[in-house]
Each structure stands twice: as C-alpha cells, then as structure tokens.
Design a protein around this ligand. Structure first.
Ligand SMILES: O=P(O)(O)OC[C@H]1O[C@](O)(CO)[C@@H](O)[C@@H]1O
Length: 393
C-alpha cells in the first residue's frame, strides 16, 4: 500500500522551512537581482503572503498553462492552504505562480520569457568552480573506459549538491562521503551493453549540468550509448533547473575550454547537429506529479530508451513518489511503474528515502539526524526490469 504523501504542515518538518525560510530568502535575492517594477514586486509579495497565510488560488482559465494546471494536473488542491497540499504539488505550482508574478508568462511585454533565475545561473556558470570541473577532465584522458565512466558518474552525482535553491538556506557540505546506496556496478553493466539510447533527465544547470554533459560526451564517444536524449525543463523551475538556454550556455562554455573538455564540447555540438544528442523539454518536466502519472507520449519515449538516468532530488521524489516511505522499501518496488531500466543519481535533500538497508538507516540515524535533507549524502540506485516480467521487455 502507498505511504502517505508528504505535506508541509508540520512546523518542525523540512518542507515547512522551505516555505517559511527558503522562499522568503529567494524573493529577497530576486528583488536584488532585477530592477523589478512596483507591480512585479507587489505580485511577488502577494504570492509570498498567499503561500504563508492564504489558500492556493487557481490560474485564470486564459493563463498560459491553465489547460494543464486546471485540467490534467488538477488534483483538487485549489482552495487548500499551501502547506496542507502535497509538498510536491504545491511547490511546483509555486514556481508557476512565481514566473507569472514577474511577467515571464505574459502573452506579450518586455519581461516575457526572461528567466528570473538567470543572474544566479550566469554567475555560477562563469565561476572558477566550473573551470576546475572542466580542467579535471584532462586527468581522465588516459583512464580505461569503465574507470572514466565511474569517475564521470560520480562527478554527475555529486554535481547535484550544487543546487541554487537548496543553497539559499543550506551550507554546501564538502567532501564526498561513501554512498548510502551504491549500485554502480549494475549501472556500469547496463552501460556496457551500449548501442541503445540513454535518456538523461537533467536537474540543475551550471555545476551540475557541466558534469552531466561531460558524461554524455563520454557515453557517446566511448560507444556506451548510440544516442543520448537530454530531458530538460520547458521553463525556469526550482531556481537552478536546466532549460534549453542553460544547456546551450553550458555547451558553449565547455566547447570553449582547453583540452579534453573542449573536445567533449565539440563532440556534443556535432552530436546535436547529427541527432546523436537530442533535447527534450516536455511540459511534464514542470508538472506537479510523479512519473507514475506521466502522459503516454513521454512514457513511450522512456520505454524506447535502453536506460534512463534520473538526476537529482526532485526527479527522485517524482520517480519513487513523494511519500513517507519506510526507507527500506525496495527501490524496484516503488519504481515498478517506470517503463524501462532506470537509475537514480541523487544527493539527499528531502524527506524521501527508499531502497536502503536497515543497517544503513540505523547507522545514518545514529550519526547524522539530518541525513535525509542536508545534502551531505548521495546514492546511486538501479532498477533493470527482467525480460518477461511486468515492466520488462
Ligand atoms: O535540485 P534538486 O536536487 O532536484 O533539489 C530540489 C530541492 O528542492 C526541494 O524540492 C525543496 O525545495 C528539495 O527536494 C530539494 O532540496
């Protein structure tokens, strides 16, 4: 039986802090980053006030996206207090409303399509940390393919710690710890089969996307994937989530780098031109729902991939269901709905945990009471359906 959905109503819980600490901090940063008009600032203030003291108001029926938000994605939460609705639904809707408040979705006007998180993403992409990431690829030039795969999987995994929304109120934890679940061997084995398409469901831009792109270049260059499909967000979302514009900016930055990173950037550039690398920004990537509820066209897309790599915390929550699972519930069980082999690469930044051993949970509880949410821990989990079994080929 499914565990209860996570809401934000517990004042001592992690999600409550997202509404009451992280979002106000975000709005302050937004107002510092843009010379917003009084109307834009008033719309932001009204949204913050609504999330803290009011109830969730629906989009007007003629607003962009209303057909989805008030139709296929509506789960009867309008009219509830924001913190009483499922955390996943409410926070996703919060980002739609935030974009609306600053004019991003206006049918016309000067602010239409301006990414409200652009200044933060630009600053990160321009930073020294990205130079270091790009330069470190030279160290792997002579590594064996499996060693390089391993190193790039870990770089892509720990890159997920660089999440600008999370870092608004949290310190970045230094040092890579042992993974709380490490199914890298199973993942490498799936990649060794090569030949097919790998779907990479990206998460954050900048310091997460750069290692994701280097991984994609390696998979293509080493024949571990015949094609890579990079799934990104159709709109700015959860502060630093990658959009097409972010992919292009990261690709330009990579291609302009010296050494191995520059070569990887050029490989990806050509791969985009000849179709071995494709971009997808399906509307469902900004939906407030789990992947169990994805529409048929996206399901068919994933079903035709040899492997899907799910990056980050939010994709994990959407993959396993944003619920109070016992942390030992099998990962294969909660991802049985997914139409093909799937691997999660995630640093832990929310209450959800699945697929851990009882001894791991006991050790984490004893050593680090905040282990679920502080971003210090990470996992790689894999589900490869057995041919002939439900969900298998
Ligand atoms: O960028 P990620 O790894 O998906 O993390 C998203 C973050 O936002 C949250 O949804 C809370 O806002 C957490 O799940 C997580 O800290």
């Amino acid at each position: 039986m499914a565990a209860p959905e996570i809401t934000s109503s517990d004042p001592d819980g992690f999600p409550y802090g997202v509404w009451h600490e992280r979002h106000p901090a975000l709005f302050e940063r937004l107002k510092g980053a843009f010379p917003f008009s009084s109307a834009q600032r008033a719309a932001l203030d009204a949204l913050l006030e609504e999330t803290r003291h009011g109830s969730m108001e629906p989009l007007p029926d003629d607003a962009p996206g209303a057909a989805l938000w008030n139709g296929a994605w509506d789960r009867g939460h309008y009219g509830k207090r924001w913190t009483d609705a499922p955390f996943l639904w409410a926070e996703s809707y919060f980002y739609r409303r935030l974009r609306g408040a600053v004019g991003y979705h206006a049918p016309e006007g000067a602010w239409r399509g301006i990414d409200p998180f652009g200044p933060f993403k630009d600053a990160e992409l321009a930073g020294d940390a990205v130079d270091e990431q790009l330069a470190s690829l030279d160290e792997l030039d002579r590594a064996l393919v499996d060693e390089k795969t391993d190193a790039l999987l870990l770089a892509a995994l720990w890159g997920n710690r660089a999440d600008l929304g999370f870092l608004l109120t949290a310190e970045e934890e230094g040092g890579d710890r042992p993974l709380v679940a490490d199914e890298r061997e199973a993942l490498r084995a799936l990649l060794r089969d090569g030949g097919g398409r790998v779907s990479l469901v990206a998460d954050n831009a900048g310091r997460e996307l750069i290692p994701d792109l280097l991984l994609a270049a390696h998979l293509l260059g080493a024949g571990r994937a015949a094609e890579v499909r990079l799934h990104i967000k159709p709109h700015p979302y959860y502060v630093s989530d990658a959009t097409t514009a972010d992919v292009l900016a990261a690709l330009r930055r990579t291609a302009a780098a010296p050494g191995a990173a520059g070569r990887a950037g050029h490989l990806l550039w050509r791969a985009l031109e000849d179709g071995r690398l494709t971009l997808d920004a399906h509307p469902f990537f900004c939906a407030p729902l789990g992947y169990a509820e994805m529409p048929d066209d996206l399901r068919a897309d994933f079903a035709s991939s040899a492997l899907t790599l799910m990056k980050g915390d939010l994709n994990y929550r959407r993959l396993v269901g944003d619920r109070h699972w016992p942390a030992t519930v099998p990962f294969a069980e909660v991802t049985a709905h997914f139409p093909g082999p799937v691997a999660a690469l995630r640093t832990l930044k929310s209450d959800v945990a699945t697929g851990l051993t009882a001894s791991t949970v006991a050790a984490l509880d004893a050593a680090d009471p905040e282990w679920r949410t502080n971003g210090a821990h990470a996992l790689i989990q894999v589900r490869a359906p057995v041919a002939g079994a439900p969900g298998g080929a």
